[in-house]
Design a protein around this ligand. Structure first.
Ligand code: SF4
Length: 255
């Protein structure tokens, strides 16, 4: 893994200050600069841009994201394929026998909760939009689209951001999964008590307001990959980490 400690941190650009979102504390210039430096160094390690791993329509991405909560990618992928094979038209899933849906997605965590929730979320989309598709979100401002999704019970900040970012909508949004969250916390980008949900707005606010969908996707992906490959949950490999000089947790472990 290349060592890239010799570069000066990227200075924050005052012209890119993100307008304050109600209730979201705005980050200091130091925190913005640190977030950019983390992005730059991890981008050099993993190579940017990161290819998109999905090209699902937004409604399918919503189903996929609801399946993936606290579940390994391989298992949620299997469950998604099983659902798709049984219900090529999502409208057939809405009123399907919930026990059958639960059996089809049996490999994910909490299938007994996810099966009825997915069906209810589809009903909510149908009721609010009048049809079972989410392509209309492309005509909205990203924040407006995220709010539309987040108003559906059971759709949290990660799911709404994932639908906008990972689906064919390719809209600018920053999903935060457990790896991304853990790395951000150890680096001090967010506080030790900030949960995954509230971390979305805080981490997004540290990045330039005019970043593209690909930029934000890249940021999520490189922090997630770093969490998977180096900053492991139990034994982070701090000695091999390109972020050690920026990381209070890593330095404390060394001390
Ligand atoms: S120095 Fe250690 S704790 Fe900090 S980001 Fe790197 S691997 Fe994680």
């Amino acid at each position: 893994m290349p060592q890239l400690f010799d570069h000066a941190p990227i200075a924050p650009c005052p012209g890119r200050a993100r307008p304050a979102r109600r209730g979201v504390p705005q980050p200091s210039d130091d925190l913005r600069a640190k977030a950019l430096e983390v992005h730059r160094r991890l981008g050099a390690v993993f190579g940017l841009p990161i290819p998109y791993f999905h090209s699902l329509d937004p409604l399918s991405e919503l189903v996929s994201s609801l399946l993936s909560h606290r579940t390994r990618n391989a298992e949620s992928g299997r469950a998604f394929k099983a659902l798709r094979a049984r219900f090529p038209d999502w409208s057939d899933l809405v009123d399907a026998d919930t026990a059958e849906v639960e059996a089809l997605i049996g490999g994910v965590t909490w299938p007994e909760a996810k099966a009825p929730r997915i069906q209810q979320v589809l009903r909510d989309v149908l009721q609010r939009h009048g049809g079972l598709d989410l392509d209309f979100l492309a005509d909205m401002d990203p924040e407006e689209a995220r709010a539309w999704l987040a108003a559906i019970p059971g759709v949290g900040p990660k799911t709404s951001a994932a639908v906008l970012s990972f689906s064919t909508l390719r809209m600018p949004a920053l999903p935060v999964d457990s790896h991304h969250h853990r790395v951000a916390q150890r680096l001090g980008l967010i506080g030790p008590k900030v949960d995954v949900g509230p971390s979305h707005d805080l981490l997004r606010a540290q990045l330039p307001a005019d970043w593209s969908a690909q930029d934000l996707y890249d940021d999520h992906e490189v922090l997630m990959l770093h969490g998977q490959k180096t900053c492991h949950f139990r034994s982070p490999a701090c000695g091999a980490c390109v972020l050690l000089d920026l990381c209070p947790a890593g330095q404390a472990r060394g001390a």
